[in-house]
Design a protein around this ligand. Sequence first.
Ligand SMILES: *[C@@H]1O[C@H](CO)[C@@H](O)[C@H](O)[C@H]1NC(C)=O
Ligand SMILES: *[C@@H]1O[C@H](CO)[C@@H](O)[C@H](O)[C@H]1NC(C)=O
Length: 415
Amino acid sequence: MSLRHQYNSSKGLVKRRTNYGLRAKWLTLCIILFAIELVIVYFRIHDVILVISLHLNIKLDWIRGLETNCDAASDQNLFNYANPLLPTGEDTSPIPLCPDSPPYLLGKQDLGNENEDVDMNSLIKNYTHVQAGGRYQPKECTARHKVAIIVPHRNRERHLRQFLRAIHPMMERQQADYGVFVIHQTGTGTFNKAKLLNIGYTEALKEDNYDCFIFHDVDLLAEDDRNLYRCADVPRHLSVGIDKWDYQLPYDALFGGVIAMTKEQFNRVNGYSNEYWGWGAEDDDMYVRILHSCLGLERAQYDVAKYRMAYHPSDKSNRVNPYRYTLLVGAAERQRRDGLNNLHYSVVDNKRMPLYTNITADVGKPPLNPKTNSFGNGIDIVVSISLLVLMLTMTCCTCVKSRLPHVLLCPRRIP
Ligand SMILES: *[C@@H]1O[C@H](CO)[C@@H](O)[C@H](O)[C@H]1NC(C)=O
Ligand SMILES: *[C@@H]1O[C@H](CO)[C@@H](O)[C@H](O)[C@H]1NC(C)=O
């Protein structure tokens, strides 16, 4: 107190003395904050750090560590910008298997004018090779996979027509045996994209024995047909470069947009979570699921995996989900009980249109209290990234105010 008094009355010499001393009040606060942080991290040790790294774009070796801890997969698979690996199929049919590299590829695709409104009737007339329901098989060879392209949709007809115009000729050049499934959410309730993807998977399997699934945003158009829509022995991320983000991944762990997973891989992770109502984080949840299932993942080849994203104004019924980080933090915990094994919906309509199968589904309503729904085990702490960042900032500030870094790093110069 006397030091402080002197400081107030005669600055200068005394000020220098206090500068190099440790300030007990601030140090205590710093320790308390640090302890709170430890508790937060202790209860959600993996996923809290994961959430931070996902959204602050911090590159952590720890994420790779998760992969190396797995018995089945090696860390080589993570962030591996490699060529797609093709599982070798047995050649049992009289028609030979299609070659690894399709001979008809043209490279960069003509995607047309961004603002053009594609005429559906003219498109149907042009694409006579596409069968009802948006199906196609190459005649000259047997494709190695049966590919289902799953597109969640609502009120995006204009983008859907542009998507259909681009996807069909590309898949034909890739010699793919495929079907396009547009999963339309009925009504005006909160959009649930992840659930629509689960529904698409389930309904496509009722139509045919698909073994490879491409989960595709309707507003992404592939710019290059050398980006093969195929599955591999690990889940694949196809939309690596998007024009909106200068063809760079906005964060390392991004696993949304366009992804390719086999039936076995999708089953193993229990599909997508059904609990993400509104916009955001359902793809990060899938990333957590894949890591915790030891599947590994790979990115498509960077120089061909390029996409154009269609502009759209924000959608009123697809608002940012305020619970997305809370849900994400509990992603691994929910994985076993939330996904394909608790998927409830009803199909309102199932129509084979000329260029796609239109499956209209009722996904239900979000629960009234999604917060309590996401944590069943009593630890109802809303651990959001902002909280943790706030704690970290506060700890650092108080630590600096207590002069601890100074005392530790600089020699004590109190006369
Ligand atoms: C259909 O083909 C014609 C002739 O090639 C072309 O002019 C027209 O734009 C095509 N329609 C669509 C919707 O792409
Ligand atoms: C799909 O079918 C539903 C119900 O019949 C309809 O409301 C919707 O507009 C259709 N969507 C598309 C893209 O065809």
